[in-house]
Ligand binder design. Structure first.
Ligand SMILES: Cc1cc2nc3c(=O)[nH]c(=O)nc-3n(C[C@H](O)[C@H](O)[C@H](O)COP(=O)(O)O)c2cc1C
Length: 172
């Protein structure tokens, strides 16, 4: 289903792929996982490694998973799955089975030390990451004061830096 590719060979626009197409951040293992839609994120190079950086508000159910997880996946989908992504971004896994409601089929990938990481059969590109750092946003660090307008309820994002262990794409 998936094949591994070298991150050096990827050809896509991270700005539109993350910011406009959006992705699913998925955390947990077969027995218990959660996924949420994200359109804020970053990719690049940090601490000598290729990284994916995701931003998750404390109010998300996913936050409870990623705090205790060793890793997570960031998965991208063909355009026909946009409605599923919108669903996963407007409903909480606290209340609903997102796979059952969207038709997304969960798949377990090998994580580190015999752990699992979850993604979905329909993904066309997956970054499987080890959680390297968690960095809370602090209001006092916002240089441009209007950034605070994103946080009327003061539920700031936490930034999670993931070292990319594997990049997977659909087998050709
Ligand atoms: C297009 C889109 C992008 C989103 N991006 C983010 C994001 O980057 N970070 C975040 O914390 N929430 C983001 N959200 C909101 C969460 O996906 C949403 O609150 C979701 O229901 C959380 O699910 P959970 O409670 O199961 O974790 C986004 C929602 C949508 C529709």
């Amino acid at each position: 289903m998936f094949e591994q590719v070298d991150y050096r060979n990827l050809q896509f626009n991270p700005f539109t792929t993350i910011g406009e197409d959006a992705c699913l951040i998925t955390v947990g293992e077969t027995k218990s996982w959660n996924t949420m839609t994200a359109s804020w994120g970053a990719m690049g190079f940090l601490w000598g490694k290729p990284v994916c950086i995701v931003f998750i508000r404390d109010s998300r159910y996913t936050y409870q998973f990623i705090e205790s997880a060793q890793g997570f996946t960031v998965s991208f989908f063909p355009a026909e799955w946009r409605r599923a992504l919108d669903f996963c971004g407007t409903h909480s896994g606290r209340d609903i089975d997102k796979a059952a409601k969207t038709g997304l089929v969960p798949v377990a990938l090998d994580g580190l030390d015999e752990s699992e990481r979850m993604t979905f059969e329909q993904a066309n590109m997956v970054f499987s990451c080890t959680k390297a750092a968690r960095l809370p946003f602090e209001s006092s660090q916002f240089v441009i004061p209007s950034i605070e307008e994103h946080y009327p309820n003061r539920d700031y994002h936490r930034m999670y830096v993931g070292f990319i262990d594997q990049v997977l794409v659909q087998e050709s």
